[in-house]
Design a protein around this ligand. Sequence first.
Ligand code: TYM
Length: 335
Amino acid sequence: MNQKEIVLSGIRPTGNLHLGNYFGAVKNFVKMQETNECFFFIADYHSLTTHPKPKDLQGNVRQVLIEYLAAGLDIEKSTLYLQSDLPETAELYLFLNMNAYLGELERVTTFKEKARKQPNNVNAGLLTYPTLMAADIIIHKAHKVPVGKDQEQNLEMTRTFARRFNHMYGLEYFPIPTAYNFGEQLVKIPGLDGSGKMGKSEGEGNAIFLNDEPKVLKKKIMRAVTDSGPTQMNQEKPEAIQNLFTLMEVLSSPDTVEYFDDQYNKCTIRYGDLKKQLAEDVIQFTEPFRQKIKELSSNDAIIQKVMDIGAEKARVSAQRTIKEVREIIGFRKIH
Ligand code: TYM
């Protein structure tokens, strides 16, 4: 019997992976595949809320798959698949939607934010985004879901829907999954534009992509938002400055962080030097990914093989769950 915990997570194919995706999610995927039964997928159904053109969708799916592999996901250790290769997920989503209530869906922060940002496209897919996400997770009966801090509320919804299903049928059928980051709190990687998180759809220059060329990285980082500098010893760092330090904390050596922190506290810091150092460290960190992405990009045969193998493996688990769920719900009752 398989005793391993089941791990699942996904990323929307809405552009190249950035450092937020890496440190919030993919880094954990790569570690977790060593000791768990892992499912990692590309959330192409979810990306339809923004109505992509078919060609863009295909290109983005391919790119995320390449970047998953470049980051170290290994099909010998994990199941990598496309969400749309598992229509069982869509069926479970339909079932879960029957017990998902308008009020609770409308209260989800990401829904409210998106509705505010795109008032002309507040579609039903956006509203029921958390039920589709719950279906993704519980279709494989996952225990742990490695995600960044921004997904915490969606995970809470998944827990609610899984509990509700169990309660409704008086069974402990679905495990109640937890959001996960290696032994620590969920992370939020900030962007370069002074506020909030790094994101694919934030403004130009906000995100650092794994696939960015060194000269692009340098330019972006040198242009990151700062201020005119500290005026009092040991003063608290404003958000834009703290963001650069947070990036340094994940990318640079502890000595480097300590050096600039000290300079800041003594009011002798030169932001130009800090940015130069950060750019160097970012380039050193991302360069191996960029090379690997380049290598894989011309290998269509591998991409196709990865998708085929992954779809087949993922289907076995999804079909088992959906068959049981159908029975639990009361479909196909014999006599
Ligand atoms: P998505 O595509 O927006 O992001 C993918 C992963 O990257 C993390 N992330 C971050 N982590 C830290 N700091 C940041 N600045 C940052 N930006 C992004 C996200 O938390 C996420 O883990 N709804 C999901 C996709 C999804 C999913 C799922 C995830 C669909 N079904 C089932 C887990 C389980 C999303 O839009 O992620």
